[in-house]
Unconditional design. Structure first.
Lengths: 227, 220
């Protein structure tokens, strides 16, 4: 393998895997995308991430980097000269970006996932309320972080845009399945416009799955066994 | 402009200890405010409305939440003394990975070790032992997790040392006997002024948890 070759071990449907791919695209770094088979873990994955055995893994010059948000920071720091910084310039704004990225992973995404798994109207209502509460917080966070610019990170897509934006395809699938809008012009006007900008960005478009394709995939993996 | 640094914290929190150690390492003067976790202050609820948890670092009126985020913030604001993150991007990624590992894997088992009995506690103990084995292996023959230098991962984990005696007693097992390398590492860390100043007495932690188990949970 060439000394500076880059590989990403992942899967097309995983929002976490999208994060390093978007970051590499933003820095114009070519990489080989090594796809895992759904339901099985390759030797390479187990060797590269023995602790968590999860995707994504970035392998750069034979060295593995694990955990999607950590990989994004690594890409930003390693190829710092190849594109605008993905994190804000002040320590305080960086702390805020990291805070919201952690919130998205620990609270927001788990509640989004629960919508697809919710059984019965009561449970569905409860998790929907949780997600909407989270979206309201993120709408405000966007206004505070973007300071009038197009992205959380300002002029250019950055760490927090990627951390949140990677879930947009799954969010659309969830909206379709539930017949309920989660991010729209009425409830979350700023996020709604940001989402469109994000999804249309040339660094994002090639790696964001089509909603219809993802919806088919979701049906398969969330298929409930018949009684 | 005069720097105003306030830390809302709880004396026995291994997370709060991280932030305190980082501030001490950098020689930053700060005001420590003890929180009663059963009666949280209005300042805490105002500064961390989403999680309502300690530690909260307030720098010139602006709150920073989450201990590893606080430690990185402190390193970036006061970069010239005792660097906490390494300079190399790959080393930085490794440091962040292991701090994240500690956060992800200790929360559940440590809470259960303190609060449960019987099977639930046994399961938590086994989980925690697995974490110690993994960290022991990661430490290897190095003096510190950071290599030759005391850095982020050391700061992330050293607070747990003040809880080892508590886990040993409530879980009925010996960390000292099973993990001598980790104990040696902890003792090395304790030679640092920041750590010696910040870590509470292990017996004090044990007493507080034993009292809690007796009075609140009714466990003897």
């Amino acid at each position: 393998m060439a000394s500076d070759e880059v590989k990403v071990i992942g899967a097309w449907a995983s929002p976490f895997v999208m994060r390093p791919r978007i970051a590499l695209n933003l820095k114009s770094v070519p990489y080989e995308f090594v796809q895992e088979t759904f339901g099985a873990k390759s030797e390479l994955l187990l060797k590269s991430n023995p602790v968590h055995k999860k995707i994504p893994v970035l392998i750069h010059a034979d060295k593995p980097v694990c955990e999607s948000n950590i990989i994004v920071e690594y890409v930003d720091e390693t190829w710092s000269a190849s594109g605008p910084s993905m994190l804000p310039s002040t320590p305080y704004d960086r702390a805020i970006a990291r805070f919201w990225a952690a919130y998205i992973d620990e609270k927001w995404f788990p509640s989004l996932k629960s919508i697809l798994k919710a059984e019965g109207e009561e449970e569905k209502k409860a998790v929907l309320a949780q997600v909407e509460e989270g979206n309201a917080l993120l709408e405000k966070a966007f206004i505070d972080c973007s300071k009038g610019k197009p992205f959380f990170n300002g002029e250019h897509i950055g760490y927090l845009d990627i951390a949140f934006g990677c879930f947009l395809a799954w969010l659309r699938v969830t909206e379709l399945a539930g017949g309920h809008k989660l991010i729209d012009e009425v409830k979350t006007p700023s996020l709604s416009k940001w989402a469109e900008r994000f999804c249309n960005d040339p660094a994002v478009k090639p790696v964001m799955p089509e909603t219809a394709t993802l919806a088919e995939f979701a049906k398969k993996i969330f298929a409930k066994p018949t009684a | 402009m005069a720097e105003e640094v306030i830390l809302l914290d709880y004396w026995a929190s291994m997370f709060g200890m991280r932030t305190r150690i980082a501030l001490e390492e950098k020689g930053v003067k700060y005001e420590y405010r003890e929180e009663d976790l059963s009666n949280k202050s209005s300042l805490l609820l105002e500064m961390n409305p989403i999680h309502k948890k300690i530690p909260v670092l307030i720098h010139n009126g602006k709150p920073i939440c989450e201990s590893i985020i606080q430690v990185q913030y402190i390193d970036e604001v006061w970069p010239h003394t005792n660097p906490i993150l390494p300079a190399d991007p790959f080393q930085r990624a490794q440091a962040r990975f292991w701090s994240d590992y500690i956060d992800k894997k200790t929360g559940g088992p440590c809470k259960a070790l303190q609060r449960e009995t019987g099977e639930k506690q046994e399961a938590a103990k086994m989980e925690f032992i697995e974490v110690l084995k993994t960290l022991d292996s990661e430490l290897g023959d190095k003096s510190f997790f950071g290599g030759n230098e005391f850095r982020l991962v050391d700061i992330a984990f050293i607070g747990f040392y003040s809880w080892f005696r508590t886990y040993e007693v409530v879980g009925n097992f010996s960390i000292v006997a099973e993990f001598p390398k980790l104990i040696a590492w902890a003792e090395r860390c304790l030679k640092r002024e920041s750590v010696a100043k910040v870590l509470p007495d292990s017996d004090k932690v044990l007493k507080s948890v034993s009292d809690y188990r007796k009075k609140i949970l009714g466990i003897n």
